[in-house]
Ligand binder design. Structure first.
Ligand code: UTP
Length: 474
């Protein structure tokens, strides 16, 4: 059989070891997995990233020549600043004209959180326990009403979590969105290999395939036809965010305006690092190219560098919030496109079958996953714009079950934001020394999604509710 010869030629013939023992359904399932694999691409990755010991990506070889990437700083008052005011007008007009599409990457496996379902189903809000997906859906509904449009929403899943994700939306009637405005597509998968570069088997008729990283969204959007669908609706700007961050200001007219005015292929929000060694990527200039260098790749002495005023030199932290132009996605992710994102290697503990076909769960990394990162598209992009965002209004991801970036910190950050909004509306509520309200409260995105809109909606609210534990403002 041709497929078998193809795998044997590439020294991966072991995936057929149990072929004769498999039933028809198992054979077809294995075949379907194997047909997704480009073995020339895999050979190259094994040679460079597994046997060559290279970590991959595009990190600069010489850190001493790196400069901080320039960014547009956040003024004290955005609406009193000509540049920001103008950007907002441009952004609002583009939203009203239907030029914006939303895009959540939700194909990851969320292993650190340890939640037994796709991460977007995680109950993240403090009072009502709304899921991450519901929060985003309601933010989009709010914007649809505000701007008089129907903003399409792309959601990238993987083959591993697609069915459960779509079912969740079906079961919840798309949270009030029109079904046609929510476009799911599955990202690609890559085979995981052992430290000798052999594809890992997790059953006699199953190899281990894992999602190809958030950077897989570029080719995923093109190959699935999702990009063509939003283009057909007139959208040429794509607001990108990660499924784990409910604070994200996903329809931000200022950001969109700067993206459009800057004729940018790919724009980014930066948040000043909270401290030198914060575990975020760093926006840098490598020659004349903007890039993101991960904290794990940038030596600590560079992360800690300060300027003559004592301010961190590499202060711009990447929080995975971007606007992509549709043309750029086409060129970076299209099959005919000249641009191709590099793969990174990630060492993982990957269950495998041993010589007797018994499943083994390793206690130390035994294999390699290959992933593309979306920020590796930045050096390939024209006119990349970076603007500063306010951490408290943009970023509080749910990554870990406990400790930093956990459900507890995220709920506290949501409540802090609502306390600030209430304060702006003239209502002081008791907070602890970190600014977290003592009462457990929640504001629905259907009520307001930013401070200005909150103040307007609050002022119009009669009677005003009493601020007490369990208050849900909707
Ligand atoms: P993370 O880097 O947090 O990875 O993804 P993860 O797989 O979700 O979680 P861990 O590392 O196993 O705990 C950041 C964002 O990128 C998406 C995730 O869904 C999340 O929104 N992502 C990640 C994808 O869409 N596809 C991938 O292959 C990887």
């Amino acid at each position: 059989m041709q497929l078998r010869e193809y795998f044997e030629k590439h020294n991966q013939g072991h995936v057929f070891k149990y072929w004769d023992e498999l039933g028809e359904a198992e054979k077809s399932a294995l075949e379907a997995q194997l047909k997704q694999i480009d073995l020339d691409e895999l050979d190259e990755l094994v040679n460079t990233l597994v046997k060559g010991g290279n970590k991959g990506g595009q990190a600069a070889a010489d850190f001493s020549t790196l400069k901080p990437a320039p960014y547009i700083a956040l003024p004290e008052n955005k609406d009193a600043d000509e540049q920001w005011k103008n950007a907002k007008l441009v952004g609002e007009e583009a939203i009203r004209k239907g030029r914006l599409a939303c895009f959540t990457v939700a194909g990851g496996q969320g292993t650190r959180l340890g939640f037994d379902a796709p991460k977007g189903l995680y109950p993240v809000t403090p009072v009502n326990g709304k899921s991450l997906f519901q929060v985003f859906a309601e933010k989009i509904l709010f914007a649809d009403k505000k701007y008089g449009v129907k903003i399409p929403w792309l959601i990238m899943t993987s083959q591993i979590n697609n069915a459960a994700t779509v079912k969740f939306f079906e079961d919840n009637s798309y949270f009030g969105l029109d079904k046609d405005d929510v476009i799911f597509f599955s990202q690609g998968l890559m085979p995981a290999v052992d430290l000798d570069g052999k594809i890992i088997m997790e059953g006699k008729g199953r190899i281990v395939m894992t999602p190809d990283g958030h950077g897989g969204c570029l080719r995923g959007m093109c190959r699935s036809g999702a990009l063509a669908k939003i283009r057909a609706r007139g959208a040429d700007c794509i607001s990108y965010w990660q499924v784990d961050n409910p604070l994200v200001d996903l329809i931000d007219p200022y950001f969109l305006g700067f993206h459009i005015l800057g004729k940018s292929d790919m724009s980014s929000k930066m948040i000043p690092k909270a401290y030198a060694l914060e575990k975020v990527g760093h926006f840098c200039l490598d020659g004349d190219k903007v890039c993101v260098i991960e904290y794990s790749d940038l030596p600590a002495e560079y992360q800690e560098l300060t300027d003559e005023n004592g301010k961190l030199k590499f202060i711009a932290g990447s929080v995975a919030i971007h606007i992509l132009s549709a043309d750029f996605v086409e060129s970076a992710g299209g099959d005919k496109g000249a641009l191709k994102l590099p793969f990174h290697r990630a060492n993982k503990k990957i269950p495998f079958i041993d010589a007797n076909a018994n499943l083994v769960k390793p206690d130390k990394p035994n294999g390699v996953k290959f992933e593309m990162f979306v920020f590796d598209a930045l050096p390939m992009s024209k006119n990349p714009v970076i603007i500063e965002g306010a951490r408290g209004d943009e970023f509080s991801p749910v990554k870990n079950a406990e400790g930093v970036d956990s459900p507890a910190t995220c709920k506290a950050d949501q409540k802090k934001q609502w306390a600030r909004w209430l304060k702006a509306a003239g209502v002081e509520i008791p907070v602890d020394d970190k600014g977290v309200p003592l009462a457990n409260i929640e504001v629905s995105p259907l009520f307001a999604t930013n401070q200005d809109d909150f103040v307007k909606a609050w002022n119009a609210l009669e009677p005003k509710p009493e601020i007490k534990d369990g208050l849900y403002i909707s």
